[in-house]
Design a protein. Structure first.
Length: 195
């Protein structure tokens, strides 16, 4: 803020204000003049208990600064399947034995179709299937409200990790570009009892 000279009328008003005030008592004046030292503790940062997954009916937690956050799933350290097969799958070298395309379906249509497809594939002894969700509708630049795109892309991995599909699914990962890239998932199924 720049300091400018006061006009005569402003200076007169300031003089009236300063003469009409009473000085603080000595103790309060000293306390106001000396800033309090900042004490920093050398302790471990506060640990927060966050739920491991954000599910239906759970609430978002607040950070110490009052910001609302939603817990993010922790990334897997290693895949649930053997490393060699996982590497081949991620590079697109394995060919899926079956595929389902959920493009254009609503959530109410896609969930039963996906459940039926996964359980049927599992009972047939398939190991690798491809679930095509699509990337979602493109964002409308003229839409006044930003919207999340790709509801199926977000929901399908959650469905695959919930009952009854979690008993058949060993691992889920994004497909190689040759099989759909960001708009598809590889679903590696467990071995059936007879395989």
């Amino acid at each position: 803020m720049s300091r400018r000279k006061l006009r005569p009328d402003e200076q007169e008003l300031w003089q009236k204000v300063t003469h009409s005030t009473t000085p603080l008592p000595q103790a309060l004046r000293r306390a106001a003049e000396t800033p309090k030292p900042v004490v920093r503790r050398k302790s471990e940062p506060e640990k927060m208990d966050l739920p491991t997954a954000f599910g239906i009916g759970s609430r978002a937690s607040k950070t110490p600064h009052g910001q609302i956050t939603t817990p993010q799933p922790t990334p897997k350290a290693k895949p649930a399947m053997d490393t060699k097969t996982y590497g081949k799958m991620r590079r697109g070298k394995l060919v899926p034995e079956a595929r389902i395309d959920l493009h254009g379906m609503t959530l109410d249509q896609a969930h039963p179709a996906l459940t039926r497809f996964i359980l049927t594939s599992y009972s047939r002894g398939f190991r690798l299937v491809l679930v095509i969700t699509g990337k979602g509708e493109r964002d409308d630049p003229h839409d006044p409200m930003p919207r999340q795109r790709g509801i199926l892309k977000r929901q399908v991995p959650m469905w695959l990790r919930m009952a009854p599909l979690n008993t058949a699914v060993l691992d889920v990962s994004e497909a190689h570009i040759r099989h759909g890239g960001g708009g598809a998932y590889y679903v590696y199924l467990r071995r059936t009892a007879r395989s």
